[in-house]
Design a protein around this ligand. Structure first.
Ligand code: VGL
Ligand code: ZN
Length: 215
């Protein structure tokens, strides 16, 4: 076990804690609700807290309903990369797209909405998924964090194998020392656990527990 002292140059990135990702929601993450009470007391311990909000227009290209003959969780190719087709979820302005109410909002410095391009999915808080020309458009988050002097990024929230994974990989690629808070995240596909662990190791992302954090 490690001991990590929280510093003023650390940021907490809380990924997609929204009702649609909770059990019973439109795109349920098993045990997704279990991370909320783990994350809630963490927010006040960081000077910089970013909360992301999946925020799709109706008819988004990541929805199976936008592809006749396809069903949720089918995989197709878009812009040369695999795209999981999801149930309709986190539609802008709907109750399922709000941030969960059991999180304190006062410590949240920035709410970053993503997935607004109707044609391109957006798992990561830092960049959209692959779009036309194989490009991944930046969200501006790396610049926001750099301008605030952030050096380390701690990622938690949902889902471990999609938005948390892509956010952590991109944080590391952007030069931040990056940690995933493992007890504060859950995967949408629990069978993908080892693949995600390998991706974190390959990216140099540290997987730690919230009990490793001290101050
Ligand atoms: C997510 C699938 C689709 C996530 C968002 O938050 O991990 N997964 N949109
Ligand atoms: Zn989404």
């Amino acid at each position: 076990m490690t001991e990590i002292r929280i510093a003023p140059t650390d940021a907490l990135v809380v990924v997609d804690l929204q009702p649609d990702f909770m059990p019973g929601g439109a795109l349920p993450v098993p045990e997704g609700d279990a991370v909320v009470p783990v994350v809630a007391p963490l927010l006040r311990r960081f000077a910089t807290v970013v909360a992301t909000q999946d925020w799709h227009p109706p008819g988004h290209a990541s929805f199976a309903s936008s592809h006749p003959g396809r069903r949720p969780y089918d995989i197709i190719e878009r812009f040369g990369h695999p795209q999981v087709l999801w149930p309709d979820h986190c539609v802008q302005g709907t109750a399922g797209a709000a941030l969960v109410v059991d999180l304190p909002t006062e410590p949240v410095s920035l709410v970053l909405r993503k997935g607004m391009d109707p044609e391109v999915d957006s798992y990561s808080a830092f960049r959209e998924n692959y779009g036309p020309g194989g490009m991944r458009a930046p969200t501006g988050l790396a610049g926001y964090l750099r301008e605030r002097g952030i050096r380390r990024v701690f990622v938690c929230g949902l889902a471990r194998d999609f938005c948390v994974r892509w956010t952590a990989e991109d944080a590391a690629a952007a030069g931040f020392e990056t940690f995933v808070l493992d007890d504060a995240t859950r995967p949408v596909f629990p069978d993908a656990r080892e693949e995600t662990d390998r991706a974190f190791a390959d990216a140099g992302v540290h997987v730690v527990r919230t009990s490793d954090l001290t101050r």
